[in-house]
Design a protein around this ligand. Structure first.
Ligand code: SPV
Ligand code: MG
Length: 435
């Protein structure tokens, strides 16, 4: 019987490096490609550009490949146990770094039936990761970017999103990455929140819909210029319905993925004031009609309108929140709901999600856990959250840091003491890539 050589593939792009690995496998036996599913890839890097079906066709058509099987996880375990291949062939680039844990498991499994891991010298300069840099331009295109939020929602159990308020902190959000404590693989943010609080505060203005849509759009464009991740706009109340429909189309056209609008009327104040400031909730049917008008105005299917429910903020309670959620989804056609709260325990939000998800299991729930931030993203996701937004932390950090430096310079009459609080000049000069 022919020997079997298993090659796992995650790349969109069939390049020379992968062909070298497959050619080596073909020398050893019948080549079975373990093609990673979109879900598996999304656990540690960007969602592929090509669908699973088209990637499968590409790999199945190679003369050296006998068949393609689906690999549903980053771990090879399930497929290796099913196939008991004689060989696994891989580039030697995974000996160290984030994939070394996956490698260790492969070695251990193969040993149990006398299989062997064969490593091919890594082909420099053609890895999917270097091609990825060139794909950035493509990912920045409005269509690609707009649709990426829905795609991610389908592929990942929950999305972690953080505020981005200008080009510079947009770059921080785009590039920040830490190893996952369990798997060792890269963990990064899935998307960006363009907050009304932060956008206003950065301009020295209160968060009362004073910063107009044209200005908000300029912020979005600035962030979009230098990043590729999906953008969720804090759309405040959405304004007059007659304006909202136009703004929805503008946001779609520039590549924003979603707008969240809150069910308030009159002078909007920031939700974290709770009932300390006079805030009025909208009539639920009128608000549903605004959302429905926005949905009808859309030119694409991938843009999302999220209904934000302020009942727990305004003190009108859980039953009101649930009734409104029902109206906004069933009557308004909202693609998702955001339930906001400033409760410190997070119990009201958990109660809302338990009830809402039993009625609408498919409708995503968005949370902004500023006050109940002792709960981890995973805990919130277990309770039913699909998108978790860290809404204002980069702005707050920036204020604290800059104010400290300003005081230090005043106190000392020179900037020497502030140096340790600042990014070194040589780093700031190279912070922004020139190409
Ligand atoms: C924002 O970030 O502007 C928000 C969230 O709307 S909150 O400030 O909590 O109301
Ligand atoms: Mg806001």
């Amino acid at each position: 019987m022919a020997k079997v050589a298993y090659v796992s593939v995650a790349s969109d792009i069939l390049h020379e490096g992968i062909l070298n690995v497959i050619a080596k496998a073909a020398e050893l036996g019948e080549v079975v490609i373990g093609l990673m599913s979109d879900e598996a890839i999304a656990t540690y890097k960007r969602v592929p550009l090509l669908s699973y079906a088209s990637r499968e066709r590409v790999y199945a058509s190679l003369a050296d490949v006998s068949r393609v099987v689906r690999q549903d996880t980053l771990s090879y375990r399930k497929n290796l146990l099913a196939l008991h291949p004689d060989y696994v062939v891989h580039g030697d680039d995974w000996v160290e770094g984030p994939q070394s844990m996956v490698r260790a498991e492969v070695v251990e499994l193969l040993a149990s039936w006398g299989g062997e891991l064969v490593e091919v010298p890594y082909t420099r300069g053609v890895s999917a990761t270097s091609l990825e840099a060139r794909l950035r331009e493509f990912r920045r295109s409005p269509d690609e970017r707009r649709g990426s939020l829905r795609r991610l929602l389908r592929l990942k159990p929950f999305l972690r999103v953080i505020e981005a308020s200008n080009g510079l902190n947009g770059l921080v959000v785009e590039n920040a990455s830490v190893p996952d404590p369990v798997t060792g693989l890269a963990r990064s943010f899935d998307g960006m929140w363009v907050s009304s609080l932060c956008d206003s505060t950065l301009k020295g203005k209160p968060d009362i819909e004073l910063v107009d849509f044209t200005s908000r759009l300029a912020t979005i464009q600035e962030i979009m210029e230098v990043t590729t991740k999906p953008i969720i706009l804090d759309g405040d109340t959405g304004g007059r319905t007659e304006w909202f429909v136009h703004n929805v189309r503008t946001l779609e056209r520039v590549g924003v993925s979603a707008v969240i609008v809150e069910d308030k009327v009159g002078l909007k104040q920031n939700s974290l004031f709770g009932t300390e400031r006079m805030q009025r909730q909208a009539d639920p049917h009128e608000f549903a009609a605004k959302i429905a008008a926005g949905k009808r105005a859309q030119r694409t299917t991938d843009f999302m309108i999220v209904a934000r429910i302020e009942s727990l903020i305004a003190g009108t309670g859980l039953d009101d929140a649930l009734a409104r959620a029902r109206t906004y989804v069933s009557e308004g056609g909202a693609d998702a709901v955001m339930i906001h709260s400033r409760d410190h325990a997070g119990d009201d939000v958990a109660a809302f999600m338990a009830a809402f998800k039993s009625e609408f299991p498919e409708v995503p729930v968005v949370l902004v856990p500023t006050t109940y931030n002792h709960l981890t993203e995973e805990e919130l996701a277990r309770r039913g959250a699909s998108i978790i937004i860290h809404a204002n932390h980069l702005l707050r950090a920036t204020y604290l840091a800059t104010e400290r430096v300003a005081r230090s310079i005043l106190e000392h009459g020179r900037s020497l003491e502030a140096d340790e609080l600042c990014l070194p000049i040589k780093d700031v000069l190279t912070l922004i890539p020139e190409d």
